[in-house]
Structures are given as structure tokens and as C-alpha cells.
Ligand binder design. Sequence first.
Ligand SMILES: [Mn+2]
Length: 665
Amino acid sequence: MPAAADSLHNAAMAASHILPPPPERVWRLPAPLPPWPPQAVAGEPGAQAGTAAGAAGGSQAGGSWRSLPSELLAVLQRRGHRDAEAIEGLLDPPAAPAADRHFPDLRKAVARLVAACRSGEAVAVCGDYDADGMTSTALLVGVLGRLGADPRAAIPSRRDDGYGLNAAMVERLAAEGIALLITVDNGVAAREALDCAAALGVEVILTDHHTLPPVLPPHLALLHPAVTPPGSPYRGLAGVGLAFVLARALSRALRSADGEAMARDLFCIGTIADMAPLQGVNRRWLLDGLPQLACTRLEGLRALLRIAGVSEDDGVDAGTVGFQLAPRINAVGRLGDPLLVVELLTTQDPARALELARRCDALNRQRRDLCDAIEAEALALLEADGSGRAPFLLLAQNHWHHGVIGIVAARLMERFERPVALLADEGDGRLRASVRAPRGFAVDEALQHCADLLERHGGHPAAGGFTVRAANLAMLQARLEAHAEHWLLSSGGVLAVEPEAQLRLGRIDREFWEQLRRLEPFGIAHPAPLFWSGGCRVLQQRRLRGGHLQLDLEQDGERRRAIGWRWPDSEPLPEQVDVAFRLRRDRWQGEERIQLELAAVRAGGCGEVVLLRSGRAYRCRRRGDEVVIRNAAGEERSGRPGDASQDPGLRRLLEEAALALGMTH
Ligand SMILES: [Mn+2]
């Protein structure tokens, strides 16, 4: 129905002109840094040995922190990596400690699975329909199959069953003769289903990373981050990470390098797709596993990479997984049958793999069209009732698809910087919602606050979901708006731009890019650094198709190109701007360039900054390598930032002014 789709797009275009622009963003520059390297550490006798050991352990040339540019050291210092040892630990994390010392039940689980593999026993692997659940199911099905067992994947239906294992599934599996069941990415909350398993004599290995309930369901073995010792590097594992721990131990027990390689490839995909924190063993294993992905032996991954247009020369990094592979896998769980992904990621037949990868790709295109259509409808609704300024955006349409409303809620949340709930019909006079909120607004708390109006609810601070009776909807909306209004008033409600270090445009080159790449992979808990640069001249500004903004910027005679994705419509930019940005590599017609990816732009470059201290305003400007500070009475003081002979108050002011004026990182 192209006509309908067109009219929706027109509605979106109209809406984007009439809806108020997002609020002006406040910039919060970081605090000035203590001198680097920290005097105390550099002067200590142990520091030398530590650095030398780090350098010796470093795998590549220039493998120590010393070759990192000062801007990157500033970022790491501000993220809490305060000394050479901590930075070496990030660049080249220690190997994962022995897993059986962190998971008390691991040996028991492996022993049971070794027996199953040796006897060709049928084993059920019960996963879930999100990316983590599907990849962990594929991981164990693939490895168990290659090691001699007879694995069967069992995943509940998003539409009919809801999340997690249920008793009907267990009964069906037991009737098929299954006596051993492994849960992945779910299970600790499946009390009823696992009581049923116990009654039927089915043994259960639980692997899960969801919050442990006070009473655990019956089980043979439990692998869960919460059972590891405090501070364990295994604490950040997603469901797929726990499946990997189990599969790796099993592969080693049975001396199968093939099983371990397959498990490692799927660990990388699932961990990034599930947005697990990229710390601890997650970081170590991704550093080991990502470089291998481009030449994976898994036919399904090869087919997906081919469909996504990624060649072996491109290499596969966290971005490729997050933006190319994960959406194609996720789309199946949202719109189709998750067993398609399990077959894709376990098949050894290249032709079948290509066929299944094409189906994933088609579902992903369908997913994108659905999201665009729902977004356009949502914008039209907001425009029609003038609620674009409401503190909490709640929108409901019966025909919206449950599987994708979360994605659209996230887009609207970014656009309006407000909490957003999108609801779709669930039948029986009920609606089901996906909620997304900006940093600072706690979704789980807000839903708890409305619990008396909800049938079901759950989530964490950034995202959640609930089911509500249509009859309660108006009351719920009023309650959530009041709650969000209180948050807006108390927090200012504006998301601040918080760059982590100053980076002059002239510093952006291939060498800097290569050094930046040493901090990869970037993702949750370790994002790509946000830089800023002050006083850039806008040589050209262009609107690209799709609502993107392209800028040609100049600073100190150096020119760089910047791109702002889905940039809000606004007045043309002034001639001088400050930009906050991340770096990205752009490949176009065989040429490679390092570009700025804009996060925020503000008018800037007047050569003067105003600092407010205890209600007083100080105007600061640069003079050579000194800063000149003028108070309200017109009195001036000047000095060099970092000069230890200044009095502490003035020294602090000088350092902050130097940072804001772009004289330091
Ligand atoms: Mn998960």
C-alpha cells in the first residue's frame, strides 16, 4: 500500500515542521585533569616495574599506554583509569580466570553433558526470542550437535507464550523423551515450568543472567553471574556469555577446537547484540574473538556477512556486529520465528544458510518499514493533539506491532528527550507497552509508582514494559505525566552534552584513528569517546536526503568534514561553532576518510568564555599561553594554567578557563 505509506511520510514531514524543536542542550565540560602521568605514581619505585611488565605483556608494537595521544589519555583518566596499570589492563585485559573457580556448579554441568554427548542423548535447549536468547540457543545447539549429543531447540512464541519457559513446553519435551534440559537467557523465574520438569523426572541445567528470585526452581546445576565471587570479571556476562562458559568447558573436556571456535563466534554476536557491558571477560573475549569473525567457519554468519555487504577485507568490528548483523538477527525474533535464527546459526549447508540469511534480511527490511510507518503515525498523533510538549509521551494504536514499538519509542525519546511509552493492542481489552526514557528518569520506578493501575510491569531505569487495561489508560497517562513533570522540574529535564576531552581538528588523522582503535571495542559501559572542539568555522552546511546535516569545518587552517545523523531542522548555523563529536571512518568510492559524527553544535568561538562561581561572573580570554580573567568590577588577573605558584582559587579558575578556551584537553 504505497499510497498510504506516502501519506504517512507526508504527515511526518509536516509534523517535523510544526512540532517544537528539542530544547536547547546545556554543555557541561569536564573538570580539568591533574597532571599526567600522576606524579605520585611516576615517582614510585614500583611504577617503573609495572609499566615495563605491561609493555612486555603488550601484544603489538607500541603496545603500551605511552604511545596513546594525550587526548585519549585524558578520556581514560576521566573514566577512572587513573594509572598506567589500569590503562594497560584496558588495552590488554588479563586472561579470564579458571571458570570452575567462579561457577561452583560448572563441573557438575559439564560432567552431565559429557555423558549426554558420549551416548548421543537428546537434550533440550530452551532459549528466548531476543538476540541474546536466540544466539545462546544456537550456541549450545551447535556445540552439542558437533560433540555428539542430539540437541533440540525450544523457544516460546512472543505472541502466544510470552517470555520464558512454560509448563506446556516442558510437558511436550518430556513426552518426546527428553530427560535433560538446559535453559539459556531465562529459567531462574520459570518456577512453575521447572517444578513440572522435576515432577516428570527431567534434569535441568539453569543458565541465566536475570535477577535471582528468593526461591530458586529445582535444578541440577546453576550458572549465573550472581553466584560468582564479588568483583568477578564474569559478572557482566549476558545469557550468551553463560552459554559460552558452559560450551567452552564442555569443548575442552571433549578436546574439540571446532566446538570452541563456533561458541566464541556466537558469543561475540550475542554479547554485542544484547548490549552487555564490554568489561571484564566480555572485553577480553571480544578482543580475542572479533578479529576471527571475518573468517568464521559458521555458514550462517558467512551468509549474513555476505548479505550485509561486508567483505573479508573490511574486517568485522563491534560496529559491524551491532549495526549490520544484530538487526538482521533481532528482526526475526521481533516479526518471525526465532527457530529460523537457530537454524541459520547452526546449519553446515552453505546453500541453506544463504536462503535463511535472505529471509532474515527480508524480515529486517519489513521491520524497518514498520518502524518508519509507526514513527510517522506517532508524530502525526503528537501534532494533532498538540501533546509534543507533554512531559511524558504516551501513545496508543491498536494495530501497532508489539515486536517493534520499543525501537520507535527509543527514536521518539531521542527526538523529544522525554520518556516515551508506545502501546499496542493485546486483546481482551488490554494494551501492552514498551517504555524508553532519557538518562535520569527511572522507568522501573515510574511503573512501580503506577503499579495499582497496571496488570503487569517490569524493566530497569532506561527501559521497561507493562500491560494495562484500556479502561485505566487515561488515569495512567495523567499519573505518568505528573511523575515526569516532577522529574523535569527537579532536574531541569535537559540532557547535557558532556564531552570527555578537547580534540583540535588538526589532530584528527590516520595515526590518531589507529590509536583510538586500540580502545575498541566500544559499546555499553565503554562507549566511543565524545570529543569537543571550540571555535570551528563553518565553511559549508548542507542538508542531505534523510534529514542528515553535513558540515565542512575549519580550525587552525585544517579542514574536516562532519555529519549529523537525522539532525533536527533548525536555522542555519552561525559562522563560528563549537562541536561535540565522535570519530568515524567513512569509506566512499574506495577512499577512506576520518569524519566527525556530530552529537551537538552550539554557537561559539567568540574568544571569550564566562565562568560562574558563587554567583559571580568571570570573563576569561586567551593571551598567548596565558589566560586573562576579568571580574564584574573590571579588575583583571592573568596567569598560566597549571602554574603551581598561584593561589588555589585562581589556579582552579585558570585551569577551567584554559579548558573551556580549548587550550588544554
Ligand atoms: Mn539476555
